[in-house]
Design a binder for this molecule. Structure first.
Ligand code: ZN
Length: 211
């Protein structure tokens, strides 16, 4: 029997979960139009993390597609993208939002941000990278146009849309509900996400963080 563990990620915050190889992770955009920054690293060695750049190189694509794997910086598959109920717009080019970006946009430097939310959530499961990996930004609708420019658009995902991933190794998985409310990527307001972990094994330690 499929036993599901559910983790709610409040708006403008992040959560970390331990996932075993073979388990299925569903990432749900609960209210729609909400970007999810996703990070992952090997449970066996924290310096082997999901690399958006290595994934682009390995898949020869700018954006993730169902059927493809995501790769670590050592070119090993760490997650496979197995299903997607959203219109399919996702990003693999942007770093997470961070204090310097919000300062540049004229906001207070204490504005909630995915970088700090990632670090806080990851630290709770003993992952403290010196360099912040570029995330996979599920539901982020920032396509490349014919002129080679990145366009910044609102996420296309509807309430309840979800992406499904399979863990290809024992790993630590971190997702942040993007805190960006100065650009239109998250629609009219920032909202929360939900993680559902299914399959064999127990959900391990959970760590969270938000401002
Ligand atoms: Zn963000």
């Amino acid at each position: 029997m499929d036993k599901r563990n559910v983790v709610d990620i409040p708006a403008q915050s992040g959560m970390a979960v331990r996932v075993r190889a073979g388990q299925i992770i569903s990432l749900v955009d609960v209210e729609g139009e909400q970007v999810a920054d996703v990070f992952a690293c090997s449970a066996a060695r924290r310096d082997e993390w999901l690399s958006a750049g290595h994934t682009r190189t390995r898949t020869r694509r700018l954006f993730p597609r169902v059927g493809d794997a995501f790769y670590t910086r050592f070119y090993r598959p760490i997650l496979t993208f197995v299903d997607d109920t959203s219109p399919g717009a996702h990003d693999m080019l942007y770093p997470s939002c961070e204090p310097a970006m919000y300062r540049r946009m004229g906001a207070d430097e204490n504005h909630p941000n995915c970088r700090d939310n990632f670090m806080r959530a990851a630290k709770a499961v003993d992952w403290a990278p010196e360099v912040i990996p570029d995330p996979v930004n599920f539901f982020q609708n920032t396509p490349v146009n014919a002129a080679g420019e990145l366009e910044v658009k609102t996420a296309l995902s509807k309430p309840g849309d979800l992406v499904t991933l399979r863990a290809e190794m024992d790993l630590v998985f971190v997702a942040t509900a993007c805190a960006q409310d100065l650009a239109p990527i998250n629609g009219a307001r920032c909202t929360g996400l939900r993680l559902e972990i299914g399959g064999p094994g127990d959900l391990g330690a959970i760590g969270g963080g938000h401002e």
